[in-house]
Design a binder for this molecule. Structure first.
Ligand code: NDP
Length: 449
């Protein structure tokens, strides 16, 4: 490996030795940049990589709140403001018990590259809390969100840092967060959060954007390899925002989605998933996926037991991991390949372990990398921000058309960068290189900051 890259990687590992997800994300990017770094021997003098892997700011804070029994609970809040190189910090908030600094930093780091790929003026950030929304009442969720925002508000703003949703944070939570922000600031700054409900400044098609964007990217990738989505068997992990709308668009394109999951297990319906029922269970009832069997008694439910999700043992042409990081292990990757998988589309952030990605690439499975393939959500958030500034709304069709165009451009950037640097067909490297070049140029222009 190039000496400079090696040095930065070793320093990152020793400085952040307890943060395994963060190290994994940095390693994945740096190891693909070798040809670009080789061509620019001036980067080391200006510590370009060292600055790129060090967050501008990390904020952690206490979030006290009162549960329905009158008991005081305390959670930890985070906001990682990683890079403001090309715009205000932008990235979601995650509420999940697994949240820690390593996960926040890996997500924020990935976000910088993803946002650069969209071609829109947005920097990279991420935040959240180890709060678990599962099983909480609406009032508890509201009190938690209000307490979280009572600290976060001083660090964000429509030109400073613009959070959105992620795991455990949907339109309900964004509503409570926005209400509290507005109350504290005594000003209607619509662009301070995205993923808002349509009734007070949200964008049509934002809810659908990440899942739809993933399928648009997959369409382009398959097209470049003289293939298409129509008629393919698809499995999708998760049954949240990204998974549901990836399923909707894949079905619209003529694919047969046969399996979806949640953190307890997966359902397999050989007749094709009934998406209206999944929406009813997940978006309305906030229930568990196994309830699918109350209507479709001939479908199968396979409970999780152990590290590897059973969904990846199901035979499929296209696998779309849309739940969480590192959900596709090397064991799962081998099973998918053995069953003849053609393409992987990463809807979740870093859902494949480094070993799994390597195995897919080595066995000529097409990989649509998360930074590029799930960028449709944040791109549409930027479209929401611009509508808020203009005090104007686009129609659903207008937003979807813009999203489609952005995803086509992202795919072409990944493809062209991969071809230019001798790794044609490797969209993982292509995405990293294309984003890095834009960021490096901006970093050089802005001096030592
Ligand atoms: P949701 O909270 O809407 O849904 C998450 C889904 O994944 C649920 O089905 C959940 O199951 C499952 N899941 C979460 N954690 C785990 C886990 N540890 N093990 C197994 N299953 C799990 O989140 P989103 O759909 O918004 O996000 C999914 C992924 O997509 C995340 O990686 C996120 O960072 C990424 N992403 C999201 C974007 C967006 O616009 N929302 C944009 C870009 C990326 P259960 O209900 O049982 O917990």
């Amino acid at each position: 490996m190039n000496e400079y890259l090696k040095k930065v990687l070793e320093e990152t590992e020793s400085k952040n030795c307890s943060e395994k997800e963060y190290i994994q994300a940095v390693k994945e990017v740096l190891t693909t940049l070798e040809p670009v770094i080789e061509a620019h021997d001036d980067y080391e003098k200006i510590a370009l990589l060292e600055r790129m892997v060090e967050p501008e700011r990390i904020i952690t804070f206490r979030v006290p709140w009162v549960d329905d029994n009158g008991q005081v609970q305390v959670n930890r809040g985070f906001r990682v403001q990683f890079s403001s190189l090309i715009g205000p910090y932008k990235g979601g908030l995650r509420f999940h018990p697994s949240v820690n600094q390593s996960i926040m930093k890996f997500l924020a780091f990935e976000q910088i590259f993803k946002n650069a790929l969209t071609g829109l003026p947005i920097g990279g950030g991420k935040g959240g809390s180890d709060f678990d929304p599962k099983g909480k009442s609406d009032n508890e969720i509201m009190r938690f969100c209000q307490s979280f925002m009572t600290e976060l508000y001083r660090h964000i703003g429509q030109d400073v840092d613009v959070p959105a949703g992620d795991i455990g944070v949907g339109a309900r939570e964004i509503g409570y967060l926005f209400g509290q922000y507005k109350r504290i600031r005594n000003a209607y700054e619509g662009g301070v959060l995205t993923g808002k409900d349509i009734s007070y400044g949200g964008s049509l098609a934002r809810k659908e954007a990440t899942g739809y964007g993933l399928i648009f990217f997959m369409r382009e990738m398959l097209k470049a390899h003289k293939n298409c989505i129509c008629g393919k068997i698809v499995t999708i992990s998760g049954s949240g925002n990204v998974a549901i709308y990836a399923c909707e668009k894949a079905q619209e394109y003529g694919a047969k989605v046969v399996a979806m999951s949640d953190s307890n297990g997966c359902i397999y319906d050989k007749n094709g998933i009934d998406l209206d029922l999944i929406k009813q269970i997940k978006e309305v009832e906030r229930g568990r996926i196994k309830e699918y069997l109350r209507v479709h008694k001939d479908a199968e439910y396979i409970e999780n037991n152990g590290e590897d999700s059973p969904i990846w043992t199901i035979k499929t042409d296209i696998a779309l991991p849309c739940a969480t990081q590192n959900e596709v292990s090397l064991i799962s990757a081998k099973k998918l390949v053995e069953n003849g998988v053609l393409a992987i589309g990463e809807g979740a952030n870093m859902p494949c372990t480094a070993e799994a990605t390597e195995y897919f690439l080595a066995t000529n499975v097409l990989v649509a990398p998360a930074k590029a393939a799930n960028a449709g959500g944040v791109a549409t958030s930027a479209i929401e921000m611009s509508q808020n500034s203009m005090r104007f709304y686009y129609t659903f069709e207008e937003v979807e058309e813009k999203l489609d165009r952005i995803m086509v451009n992202i795919f072409n950037s990944c493809k062209n960068a991969a071809e230019k640097y001798g790794c044609s067909g490797n969209y993982v490297a292509g995405a990293n290189i294309a984003a890095f070049q834009k960021l490096a140029k901006a970093m050089r222009s802005q001096g030592i900051v």
